[in-house]
Write a protein that binds this ligand. Structure first.
Ligand code: NAP
Length: 268
């Protein structure tokens, strides 16, 4: 039985100033966020760990996810073990709730890389295994290779990149699709359809994007927010239910626009 993630978590990419990052994580946890997303590659794990320590929320109530990176850390068996251990030291935690393969590029090799993930699960250091930026054939390969269940796939998803195929895969195989850049890095917040619906519901464009995302079965979102105002706004989307008509209007926006790219990504 796979534990479920809350619909809205906290993204931390480019929350680079350590004091600001710590404060955002602390505030988010105080407000009720329980899923925090970071990565070795973001360079902010120590600040995230400080935020968790400052929040006075029990470690067991927090779902903490980080990622090993093919370029900054490496993807061989030994590198994955070393990287995960170093992440836990920086975060100052004794286990990770979720560890992702950040990108299936560079030295990524399903057999070798995922063997290290299974080892970390077997050692009790990692509770769940995730992958990020995969396509369906890489997802099939990962599921076939892993002894542990595949818990999550983190991928760019927002009204301009609706990822029907990957959402279908998550629903079919019953894992969670974690939508990153759920506000299209801010670009979705000025879209006329999104703004029109926000006006109709007397809410913010961010809440409309997030409510649309989390209306999909098996999908949760991790907006990055720095200020308390944005953190509160995004969390409040949990209470927004859009009508079938509103959801259909957003479905019709799809422009196949991607905002995050990396050389060697599976879709290139
Ligand atoms: P995003 O969440 O779509 O957008 C973040 C931007 O939106 C920031 O400028 C933020 O401003 C602003 N914002 C947040 N809430 C808002 C609100 N309620 N109203 C107005 N503006 C708001 O973009 P993202 O950071 O690319 O994605 C989110 C997270 O996904 C990342 O932080 C990271 O954890 C993860 N991610 C993962 C990958 C991967 O390869 N796995 C790639 C990209 C991202 P403020 O900061 O000023 O609040």
């Amino acid at each position: 039985m796979v534990p479920s993630l809350p619909p809205i978590g906290l993204g931390t990419w480019q929350n680079d100033d350590p004091a600001q990052c710590t404060e955002s994580v602390r505030t988010a946890l105080k407000l009720g966020y329980r899923h925090i997303d970071t990565a070795e590659h973001y360079g902010n794990e120590a600040a995230v760990g400080d935020g968790i320590a400052a929040a006075d929320v029990a470690r067991g109530d927090i779902f903490l996810a980080t990622k090993v990176h093919p370029i900054s850390g490496g993807m061989t068996y030994d590198e994955v073990i070393e990287e995960a251990t170093a992440s836990m030291e920086r975060l100052d935690v004794e286990y990770l709730d979720l560890l992702y393969v950040h990108w299936p590029v560079g030295e990524y090799d399903a057999g070798e890389t995922l063997d290290a993930f299974d080892q970390l699960v077997g050692d009790g250091l990692v509770r769940n295994v995730g992958v990020s930026n995969f396509d369906t054939s890489l997802l099939d390969e990962a599921r076939d290779t892993l002894d542990s269940p595949l818990f999550a796939h983190q991928v760019e998803m927002h009204p301009f990149l609706q990822q029907e195929k990957l959402v279908g895969d998550a629903q079919q195989h019953d894992y969670t699709l974690v939508a990153y850049s759920p506000l299209a890095r801010g670009e979705a917040l000025t879209n006329s359809t999104i703004c029109d619906i926000a006006e109709q519901y007397e809410t913010s464009p961010a809440q409309v994007c997030l409510a649309w995302l989390t209306s999909h079965e098996n999908v949760v979102a991790i907006p990055k927010a720095t200020s308390r105002t944005h953190l509160e706004d995004n969390l409040a989307s949990r209470d927004l239910e859009l009508s079938e008509e509103g959801l259909a209007r957003i479905d019709a926006i799809d422009q196949q626009n991607r905002f995050v790219e990396r050389d060697g990504a599976p879709w290139q």
